[in-house]
Design a binder for this molecule. Structure first.
Ligand code: ASP
Length: 384
């Protein structure tokens, strides 16, 4: 469903927000909103989550980037048509006073954008700032408020590049705070709970929405408007239920401290394009990607990464120019088999494991910061 962002709709929303005092925050480091903290909730209802707060409440920094969780609609029935990225992070935090019972929180606004506007520069800026925060001894974890459209790309990127085992949780919402049935407040509360839980340490970058805890590696947005849109092919790692953080599984693939990337040492990401397969696809899209400076093309092929006969030559030509060709699938799940639908050995192409094209773009860009050797690239795609 389209997000309404016309000028006509923005003005009344801005007026509404100004009346409500929601647009008055500044864009720089917000001060802690948590007032004097009431006692922690009873352990009987929150055994795991309450554990850290019984000894001492965790210090959590909430980094705001925008998205629907910072959105507002013209009326309460606007659950899917609204203006995203307008409410400052300190105002969002202040609207969920329950948070102060579980953690000492401090807000910091790094961007105020819809997540569809993320790019490599913003990804790097966010990652470096989160890394700085995690190094501070008085910071126990970081929560990032983020639009849901590309939350999975940011989470995967952080999962692969942060060098800390402190919890990092990316959270969003599908409905703005002004809507009936708004989901942002509970999602944010849950995200802070998860980031405060010692059990979340060493699990990589997590995504929390709709009562579920997902690993940044696997999670993907699967529906345009429903609150139960986030899925991982093998299920979530755990749940958040009434203040309890409950884990059932662990991420199997290396992440954070166990990877070969360190966000502090990455200043640029190579250009990686995605070319989407469809009937009657235009072979010129491959050339366009090469002309635009792509160092690799993730080919979102049909089925098991199949490549239409009219696309084979352009992709071979791109490889001959030094551009890496990564076969992925547009199906949304499953493993792409090397030398299955195409002779990858012969063409010197590589395949993804089960990464979706948008996640393969992140992993390929990171891989290219280390190697341009096809065999090494293939190993990296299979490893993470
Ligand atoms: N377009 C919005 C964003 O990704 C959608 C959302 O947050 O749900 O920023």
């Amino acid at each position: 469903m389209a997000r309404t962002t016309t000028l006509q709709s923005v003005r009344p929303i801005a007026a509404l927000l100004l009346c409500a005092g929601l647009l008055t925050g500044t864009a720089q480091a917000q001060t802690a909103v948590a007032p004097a903290a009431p006692a922690a909730p009873a352990a009987a209802t929150a055994p795991t989550a309450a554990a850290p707060s019984q000894a001492r409440k965790a210090n959590i920094v909430i980094v705001g980037t925008g998205g629907t969780i910072a959105g507002a609609g013209a009326s309460a029935i606007n659950t899917a048509a609204y203006q995203s990225a307008v409410v400052p992070v300190d105002k969002i935090i202040a609207s969920v006073p329950e948070i102060s019972k579980v953690a000492n929180v401090k807000g910091e606004q790094i961007f105020q954008i819809g997540s569809e506007s993320f790019n490599n520069e913003r990804l790097l800026k966010l990652g470096k700032r989160v890394s700085e925060l995690l190094k501070q001894p008085d910071v126990d974890g970081v929560v990032i408020t983020h639009g849901t459209d590309t939350i999975e790309e940011t989470a995967y990127f952080l999962n692969l590049t942060l060098k800390s085992d402190k919890p990092v949780v990316v959270v969003g919402s599908m409905r703005p705070g002004t809507a009936l049935g708004a989901d942002g407040a509970l999602n944010l509360y849950d995200a802070v709970l998860v980031a405060s839980s010692p059990e979340s340490k060493g699990k990589g970058t997590l995504v929390v929405l709709n009562d579920e805890i997902h690993t940044g590696r696997d999670v993907t947005k699967s529906n345009t408007f429903k609150t139960e849109t986030f899925r991982s092919p093998f299920g979530p790692l755990g749940y958040v239920v009434e203040g309890r953080t409950i884990y059932y599984r662990l991420p199997a693939r290396p992440h954070t401290t166990a990877t070969e990337w360190d966000i502090d040492r990455i200043d640029r990401l190579p250009e990686v394009a995605i070319v989407y397969a469809y009937g009657n696809a235009n072979p010129g899209s491959v050339d366009a990607a090469v002309k635009n400076g792509a160092k690799a093309i993730v080919y979102a092929g049909t089925g098991n990464g199949s490549v239409g006969e009219y696309m084979v030559e352009p992709l071979k030509a791109a490889r001959a120019k030094g551009v890496q060709i990564v076969r992925a699938s547009r199906t949304g799940s499953g493993v792409v088999i090397r030398n299955g639908e195409q002779p990858d050995d012969k063409y010197d192409w590589v395949v993804v494991d089960d990464q979706l094209p948008q996640k393969a773009r992140i992993l390929t860009a990171l891989a290219l910061t280390k190697t341009n050797d096809t065999r090494e690239l293939q190993k990296i795609l299979w490893k993470y």
